[in-house]
Design a binder for this molecule. Structure first.
Ligand code: SAM
Length: 188
């Protein structure tokens, strides 16, 4: 296996290092359910994952994956936009994971959007515990276009450095718009 993992693998390594049994976490873009299942393993039986998607197709796929892996009790699936996450979850969440873009194998026109993504990340920053992490894997190019990526990259530069540490990791010599990883850690 290569030492330098792709953006998704790097996001999992960071999240794995902080999410412990009994924690609460959010999957802001459930999609096919892979990150929800990943978080459900980490939080254990005593923890809870709140998983959002606007498409019922995505939540059905997520539910099926959780069921197959015996993890259904550890997740609450919510059909609503992640920009409304604070209506369903209250503070001290250890991690919030985003995978931007569209549902793989689904309708490419129903993807994440700059305005709601930024609103959701703002909400997430209000929910994470000190030391908690928001990870955002930014898919762009192709059917996703560039608008969301550009607006999001502008937005993260303005986040208060006294309260949040923001890191961006990108591959600089790969073709076809390789996804970018952004991590936001709450400092105080
Ligand atoms: N993490 C997923 C996985 O492991 O399979 C992949 C996520 S996919 C790239 C992005 C998902 O975000 C799509 O399923 C899409 O329906 C969802 N989405 C788009 N806008 C959303 C919003 N405002 N709130 C919540 N989910 C949204």
């Amino acid at each position: 296996m290569e030492v330098i993992k792709n953006s998704l693998g790097q996001s999992h390594d960071i999240i794995r290092s902080i999410v412990k049994k009994g924690d609460s976490a959010i999957d802001a873009t459930a999609g096919n359910g892979n990150d929800t299942a990943f978080l459900a393993e980490l939080v254990g039986e005593a923890g809870m994952v709140y998983s959002f998607d606007i498409q019922s197709e995505a939540l059905q796929k997520t539910a099926a994956l959780l069921d197959k892996r015996g993890l259904s009790e550890r997740a609450t699936l919510i059909r609503d936009g992640h920009q409304n996450m604070d209506r369903y979850v209250s503070g001290d969440v250890k991690a919030v994971m985003f995978n931007l873009g569209y549902l793989p194998g689904g309708d490419h026109s129903i993807g994440t959007r700059a305005e709601t993504t930024i609103q959701a990340v703002e909400n997430g920053m209000g929910l994470i515990a000190v030391g908690g992490i928001i990870s955002v894997v930014v898919y762009y190019g192709g059917d996703s276009g560039f608008d969301e990526k550009e607006a999001f990259m502008r937005y993260i530069q303005e986040i208060d450095y006294r309260r949040f540490k923001v890191m961006k990791t990108e591959f600089v010599n790969q073709p076809n718009c390789p996804p970018i990883l952004v991590c936001i850690e709450r400092l105080k």
